[in-house]
Design a protein around this ligand. Structure first.
Ligand SMILES: [Fe+2]
Length: 269
């Protein structure tokens, strides 16, 4: 692989006071690496979300499949995918309904997912709609506690479900995260300027890829601060670094946004 000799001047992480339609468009187009909005959620909202966590049922990923522990609340569609790229619908909808009920019972006020979706909708100029499958809205607001890091991977609904999943057609996918707890240091999300290519399959490692897949690629590192909102294009390879001291909790609410063929923004997890 050729060494990087010149940098892409547009592949940067920008900080803003709010997300804008231009941020969303540039992330969707793939020129911009990431946009961070410090204090997207205020301290009070983070604290109330964190205290409500104890009222949410969380589960661990299967350690045979995911080598570092990741605690989660809420189903992610990708975890209900069969070998041939179809949704295990029975299992998914059952878990989605359970999560929805638990979320309502937890009674988070303000609701960090609702607040985030509303602000992203005003940036875009139209409300964010849930992605739907035969008219039924999918679950859109997971929580992930990742203290020991996550492997380099990418997320792309069109590759995960090649025969289509939603009623809407997705042209570009963005990942949104907002942190309600952060470790003292570490826990950075790195976004590599690299999208999946067939040769990457030689570097497979569990659910992700070995570092050789992104060797010599340009990247940005984003160490989360409490309350940060972050948007990036998850088609770019991205790992999460472990919390180095092993102390502190790295907890984010997360969902995906999709820009559709009709110019709508839809959300799912
Ligand atoms: Fe991801």
């Amino acid at each position: 692989m050729p060494r990087t000799t010149a940098l892409d001047p547009l592949f940067t992480a920008v900080d803003g006071t709010s997300f804008t339609d231009r941020h969303l468009a540039n992330l969707a187009a793939g020129t911009l690496a990431a946009v961070r909005v410090p204090d997207f959620l205020d301290r009070r909202t983070c604290a109330s979300a964190l205290s409500a966590l104890d009222r949410l049922p969380t589960v661990d990923y299967d350690p045979a499949r995911v080598p570092t522990p990741i605690v989660r609340f809420g189903p992610a569609l990708n975890d209900y995918r069969s070998q041939d790229g179809r949704l295990d619908a029975g299992r998914y909808w059952r878990d989605a309904e359970t999560a929805r009920t638990a979320w309502q019972r937890a009674g988070m006020r303000p609701d960090p997912i609702a607040v985030s979706l509303a602000r992203l909708g005003s940036a875009w100029g139209a409300a964010v709609a849930p992605a739907t499958i035969t008219g039924r809205p999918v679950f859109g607001g997971t929580l992930r506690e990742i203290n020991a890091g996550a492997l380099i991977h990418y997320d792309d609904i069109n590759r995960e479900f090649p025969t289509g999943l939603f009623d809407q057609e997705v042209l570009a996918q963005l990942a949104f995260n907002v942190w309600v707890s952060v470790p003292e240091d570490g826990g950075a999300t790195t976004v590599w300027r690299h999208r999946w290519e067939p040769a990457d399959e030689q570097q497979r490692q569990a659910y992700g890829y070995r570092p050789e897949a992104v060797e010599h690629c340009q990247h940005v590192d984003l160490t989360p601060q409490l309350g940060d909102g972050l948007l990036f294009n998850p088609a770019n390879f991205h790992p999460v670094a472990p919390n180095p001291t092993g102390t502190g909790r790295r907890i984010a609410f997360a969902f995906f946004l999709g820009l559709t063929t009709t110019g709508q923004l839809i959300a799912w997890s």
